[in-house]
Ligand binder design. Structure first.
Ligand code: DAH
Length: 380
């Protein structure tokens, strides 16, 4: 819908989409956000200004206002860096220089765009390169999934693709959910028929794999899962998980912990801090949850907002964010698939792909993943 144009007020300068001008927009913003959200905001404001220029003269004016030598806001901010205390000087100097360089690149890209649009309509420049065809790319969730699968393949796991429509028995009973156990309530389930469900997690894949194959097993189970959730910014009624399963003789919790730490550090960086806390899942005993130190506040629970500290909005002040569930496979699950629990041991883990993608790219709205808006998708 078009907005009506207010006739009396001076119109706000129109803002444009800088992601369409230069590649690497999301990465650049993430880098700035990691320094301080304030810089990302500053960048957004001027990047939008430059991208929105409606002609070469307008672009010149917008350039002067943002990175111009005389009165550019970014230039002026850089001029004040020298007077800051040493610690702040380093951070501000780096961030502002990054912003300035990126805005200069954006300005050049915008200028080229406007110049080529300004050429007379009938001019034919035979030296122009051909128009590059628009080539798609894997969806951001597919990219994250493939990266995780690559990592587990490197640790010796193979992929097992299981079904999305499951018998209740596989989704619950053989995973040691007793018929009326309240643990079922945590899985708001879509029933297709009285005994048939849309799988609520990827864990039923283990049951199929174990029934079909003999141990030892080392498998990962990626896929889509369904829950009858109330949809909001962080909940969808369909999302994606990856489970992992390791079965052999003499597997211990130490093996599980080492595997999970290797995994967490390869996705979040070698210095990542983690913790394991006990939690109940019917199919593992003991069961645990692995948390990683919050990437936004680095585990402190506080972020800088304006002059004062504020509670970190991402981890809600706890300093930790939940990464996955895991545990040692429950003997009842082995019994259900015909493995002897005296002979075989194992661990399993399961994680949500959306959650990992959201934490990594600072995406606050889960619904964006399914809306297929290319302005969102082409940022990754
Ligand atoms: N299937 C669980 C869920 O969706 C997550 C989970 C927990 C998977 C522990 C595991 C595990 O493999 O060991 O809530």
């Amino acid at each position: 819908m078009m907005k009506p144009v207010a006739s009396e007020a001076r119109p706000e300068p129109q803002s444009g989409d800088p992601a369409a001008l230069l590649t690497g927009h999301a990465e650049f913003r993430a880098e700035l956000s990691a320094i301080d959200g304030m810089y990302a905001e500053m960048f957004d404001r001027f990047a939008g200004l430059i991208a929105g220029a409606v002609g070469l003269a307008d672009l010149e004016e917008r350039k002067a206002e943002s990175i111009g030598r005389e009165r550019g806001h970014v230039t002026q901010a850089l001029g004040q860096v020298a007077g800051l205390p040493i610690e702040q000087k380093k951070v501000a100097g780096r961030a502002l220089n990054l912003i300035k360089r990126r805005l200069e690149e954006l300005e050049r890209a915008k200028r080229l765009e406007l110049e080529s649009a300004a050429a007379p309509k009938d001019a034919l420049d035979v030296t122009l390169p051909g128009r590059r065809p628009w080539i798609g790319r894997p969806h951001v969730l597919a990219q994250v999934r493939d990266e995780l699968l690559d990592l587990f393949h490197g640790l010796g796991y193979s992929t097992y693709e299981s079904r999305e429509v499951e018998r209740d028995e596989y989704n619950f009973t053989k995973l040691n959910f007793a018929p009326d156990h309240p643990a079922r309530d945590a899985h708001d389930t879509y029933f297709v028929a009285p005994d048939v469900v849309l799988r609520t997690h990827t864990s039923p894949g283990w049951v199929h794999a174990m029934e079909e194959r003999k141990p030892p097993l080392q498998l990962v189970f990626p896929g889509r899962v369904y829950r009858a959730e109330q949809v909001d910014a962080s909940h969808m009624d369909q999302f994606h998980q990856i489970d992992g399963l390791f079965v052999d003789r003499d597997v211990s919790m130490a093996d599980l912990k080492a595997t999970l730490n290797t995994f967490a550090r390869s996705i979040y960086g070698p210095k990542t801090r983690t913790r394991l806390i006990p939690i109940y899942f019917p199919f593992v005993e003991p069961g645990c949850q692995m948390d990683v130190a919050c990437a936004i506040c680095d585990g402190s629970g506080r972020v800088r907002g304006g002059a004062e500290d504020q509670r970190c909005p991402v981890c809600k002040g706890s300093g930790w964010s939940e990464l996955l569930g895991a545990g040692m496979i429950h003997p009842n699950v082995f019994r259900a698939v015909g493995y002897d629990p005296e002979e075989w041991t194992g661990f399993a883990f399961g994680m949500g792909i959306e959650r990992i993608a959201m934490a990594r790219y600072g995406i606050a709205e889960i619904r964006l993943f399914l809306e297929n808006d290319v302005r969102f998708l082409r940022q990754f």
